[in-house]
Design a protein around this ligand. Structure first.
Ligand code: CO
Length: 421
């Protein structure tokens, strides 16, 4: 296995929520001599300097301060669809302690049944010093959502409409007769293992995640399976490219939280985080406006590979395949921001870098999903191409990509950052 792929699997395994992903990303950037900046402080940026700044624990912008005016950006998102705990999650019922969740984004709900689930995120609590926050990742199987036996649901294989409020309640604990349990007390105890003076839980952003580690399938290990391949694969590829490149132009990696819920938040791509940072990188609003012509954003998010069992879901000429290179996504109705000029720029780079490319356009009788590209492109006024690796089972709790495609994407993005003009 290529060391890059092993390193990505390690990153994926230890990034169950955007918060853990960000910790791993900032650690990697720090190792590569990137300096952490604070939004609240003045910045003294030097040409050739390497910097990063985070917002809200789930979004980050990292860059190399270039000698040229133009900007080269790669974007991706740190969040994935899943199950987020409600503030008061307890359901004590039939001798079992369940935890109520909200559905975050659009997961394929049936893929969450009958799997060992763990729990990760961050917790806010009271200490004698005031309010503190801690990241938690239990990294052990803690809960599961058992499906209903076919004997009690004879129609299960004919179609099963999942009622999220009642059916998506992971079971967390067996109770003795008459016993009830309190999740907040459990979390407080867990926090006290690290911060003994913690005395009260204020709130938490905790998500269930499938405990099973990423793995390979296929006779030649051509399939890579795991949770959050959408879109940690793109995050990792962008990070690797930025760290390994020696750019002349200002080269920027922007990773946003909240893409799966529409990007409208103070940390999301619909907010002002990128614009505000770009103004500081370029020297202000006027300088940014002047830098935009000639600049390009490669917005990376996974694409739908054609599924042989459902091949007619794709346009016959635009069905991407696993392991055949990154996919340029375009849409006449601007659900993707790609235009002929930006597609051509990437096609030229791919040719030079010897990376195969594919195209995706939705069937004419269907509307397609959207992503970060059009949002960022609109807010900043930035020419953009939407691109990503082909994947199957997008938004499953165990998605599939081709095990060769990470390498193709890193190669393309590194070439982009290293462009001489
Ligand atoms: Co995505």
């Amino acid at each position: 296995m290529k060391p890059q792929l092993q390193s990505f699997i390690n990153f994926l395994s230890h990034s169950p929520t955007p918060f853990q992903a960000l910790s791993n990303i900032t650690e990697r950037l720090s190792q590569a001599q990137f300096t952490a900046l604070e939004e609240a402080e003045p910045w003294d940026l030097k040409k050739g300097g390497k910097y990063f700044v985070t917002r809200g624990g789930g979004s980050i912008i990292a860059w190399v301060q270039g000698e040229e005016k133009k900007l080269r950006l790669v974007g991706a998102h740190t969040d994935s669809p899943g199950l987020k705990l409600k503030p008061h999650p307890d359901q004590n019922k039939e001798g079992l302690h369940g935890l109520r969740v909200e559905i975050y984004g659009s997961p394929l709900l049936y893929t969450w049944f009958d799997r060992e689930l763990s729990l990760a995120g961050r917790v806010d609590f009271l200490t004698p010093q005031g309010h503190e926050q801690l990241q938690l990742d239990f990294a052990q199987p803690l809960a599961m959502i058992p499906s209903l036996a076919i004997h009690l649901n004879r129609e299960a294989n004919q179609g099963w409409a999942i009622q999220a409020q009642n059916e998506m309640v992971p079971l967390f604990q067996g109770l003795k007769a008459g016993e009830t349990s309190d999740f907040r007390a459990f979390i407080l105890k867990e926090v006290q293992k690290t911060v003994p003076s913690a005395s009260e839980i204020f709130d938490f952003d905790l998500f269930f995640y499938p405990f099973q580690a990423p793995g390979f399938a296929g006779l030649n290990q051509e399939f890579l399976l795991g949770y959050r391949l959408d879109n940690l694969l793109s995050c990792y590829a962008g990070l690797q490219a930025l760290v390994e490149s020696k750019p002349k132009a200002t080269s920027i990696l922007v990773l946003n939280d909240h893409e799966e819920v529409g990007s409208n938040s103070y940390t999301g791509a619909g907010g002002l985080f990128l614009k505000q940072v770009l103004e500081r990188i370029t020297g202000g609003s006027e300088a940014l406006t002047q830098a935009l012509p000639g600049s390009l954003l490669i917005s990376c998010d996974n694409a739908h590979a054609v599924h042989p069992n459902y091949a007619d879901k794709h346009d016959p000429n635009h069905g991407p395949k696993l392991n055949q290179g990154p996919v340029i996504k375009s849409n006449a109705n601007q659900r993707y921001a790609t235009h002929a000029g930006s597609a051509a720029q990437v096609a030229y780079m791919a040719k030079q870098a010897q990376v195969p490319l594919q195209r995706f356009v939705i069937r004419s009788d269907q509307s397609c999903g959207s992503t970060l590209g059009p949002i960022t492109s609109t807010l900043i006024g930035l020419s953009t191409v939407d691109l990503g690796v082909a994947s199957l089972a997008m938004h499953s709790s165990r998605e599939t990509v081709g095990s060769e495609d990470l390498h193709h994407l890193i190669r393309l993005l590194t070439y982009f950052y290293n462009l001489k003009n």
